[in-house]
Write a protein that binds this ligand. Structure first.
Ligand SMILES: C[S@@+](CC[C@H](N)C(=O)[O-])C[C@H]1O[C@@H](n2cnc3c(N)ncnc32)[C@H](O)[C@@H]1O
Length: 193
């Protein structure tokens, strides 16, 4: 099922700003990266263009295969079922995806990514904040306060490098076309010590 067709048409190849900014702000070695909820692989391809040698990308939707290029090792599976190789990744990301998973699954994923990162490896991801329209409309999404998100990461052992918050009126891509929405997003950049 190509449920993200309209979304991919709109976002195109432009990488998420969270990933672009993280690479500017934090120095990391660039051998292997992990992209969870990789979608049309726009962030994976951006990381390759920035010198990463290999990307492991995970998405549950078969449609991601359509976007595959060399040097990306794609796993079509649920993120919550994927166990990253330990002590392997310099950089990990999950953009616009983890809010579909409940907090216990997100916590398990954060633990597994921690184990998968090399020392000094960085993980950037975003979730929804409590004032997001989808949260207030009680859609099947999960949200956090900034303190809850930070606490979750710190308990696992991550160092917090930065916490970002965005509140804005914009759109989301539905199968009927763009629909207006108030977005409240939290993003976190963390490092394995
Ligand atoms: C809104 S898209 C974001 C894609 C990409 N990260 C981006 O920012 O363009 C969400 C993606 O997460 C995937 N996804 C959602 N829940 C998932 C899960 N539990 N396991 C694996 N992939 C999942 C969807 O198939 C989709 O490709």
């Amino acid at each position: 099922m190509d449920s993200y067709k309209e979304y991919y048409e709109v976002v195109g190849e432009k990488p998420n700003s969270l990933v672009v900014e993280a690479l500017k702000d934090f120095t990391t070695t660039k051998s292997k990266a992990l992209d969870l909820g990789a979608g049309n692989l726009r962030d994976s391809k951006f990381l390759l263009s920035k010198g990463f040698k290999k990307i492991v990308a995970v998405d549950k939707d078969e449609v991601t295969r359509k976007f595959l290029v060399p040097k990306i090792d794609l796993h079509i599976t649920a993120i919550e079922d994927f166990i990253p190789e330990t002590n392997t990744f310099d950089f990990a990301l999950s953009c616009n995806t983890l809010f579909f998973l409940d907090q216990s699954r997100v916590s398990r994923i954060l633990h597994r990514v921690f184990a998968g990162l090399k020392p000094k490896g960085i993980f950037v991801f975003n979730v929804l904040g409590n004032d997001d329209d989808w949260v207030l409309q009680q859609r099947p999404v999960y949200s956090y306060s900034d303190r809850e998100l930070e606490t979750l990461a710190v308990r696992i052992g991550y160092e917090v490098l930065g916490l970002g918050e965005g509140r804005y009126n914009s759109y989301f891509m539905s199968q009927e076309g763009p629909l207006p929405k108030f977005w409240h997003q939290l993003s976190l950049a963390v490092r394995k010590p």
